[in-house]
Design a protein around this ligand. Structure first.
Ligand code: TYD
Length: 209
């Protein structure tokens, strides 16, 4: 039985999600909540091993293989980390979840969106976040950050056209029902203030006050 609160941060690479996750954690802890910050791909030993394979620039991975690897990492993460945290009444903040697969493997790689949706459902056992906050980066800032990217991991080294498709997908997905869009082109404090204002109303849903 679910008692905790499940918050997901989504957006293109370099949109500042991890900085915001850390600030949100501190704020929630000050309010007496137990908070777990996690990420995808990753969050468990096995999922972190899959992450290494996925992000290694030397890995040669076809789009469908890539899709299944992200989903495999997600099943383990959901079972071993997210569901237990929710059962214990904690707030779990995940840097990425199913919307990333829709954006990157669906819109970015061009895989069938229905297939992605089906696998997302299977991998999460239909668990839905209470809040999905989508970071929307203005095109001007996206272009600036692209220059600084230096191609660190395999996904960051993907062609510019792929990265632009992902960015466009997030803009589209941010406006879908149930999504909470934040303008991530502003100073860190302004973004955090908006995130807190969006989290506050759902806080009461968790187990503890
Ligand atoms: P990460 O370094 O965590 O990116 P960021 O810090 O920008 O969030 O690397 C995760 C990469 O994996 C990122 O480029 C997005 C990609 N990804 C997918 O393509 N599909 C997915 O389902 C997930 C969860 C991530």
């Amino acid at each position: 039985m679910k008692k905790g609160l499940f918050i997901v941060l989504e957006g293109p690479d370099r949109s500042g999600k991890s900085t915001q996750a850390a600030l949100l954690k501190t704020w929630l802890e000050e309010r007496g909540r137990e908070v777990v910050v996690t990420r995808e791909p990753g969050g468990t030993r096995l999922s972190e091993q899959i992450r290494k394979i996925l992000l290694d620039p030397k890995s040669v991975i076809e789009p469908m293989t890539e899709l299944f690897l992200y989903e495999t990492s997600r099943i383990k993460h959901t079972l071993e980390k997210i569901i237990p945290a929710l059962k214990a009444g904690k707030v779990i903040i995940s840097d990425r979840y199913t919307l990333s697969t829709t954006a990157y493997q669906g819109y970015g790689r061009g895989l069938d969106l229905k297939t992605v949706e089906t696998l997302n459902k299977i991998a999460t056992m239909n668990l839905k976040p209470d809040l999905t906050i989508v970071f929307d980066i203005p095109d001007r800032i996206f272009a600036q950050r692209e220059h600084l990217r230096n191609g660190r991991d395999r996904i960051e080294r993907a062609p510019d056209a792929f990265r632009r498709r992902v960015n466009r997908a997030y803009k589209l997905l941010a406006r879908k029902p149930g999504m909470t869009r934040v303008d991530a082109g502003r100073p860190i404090e302004a973004i955090q203030a908006e995130i807190r204002a969006r989290v506050q109303p759902v806080l009461g849903r968790g187990a503890k006050k």
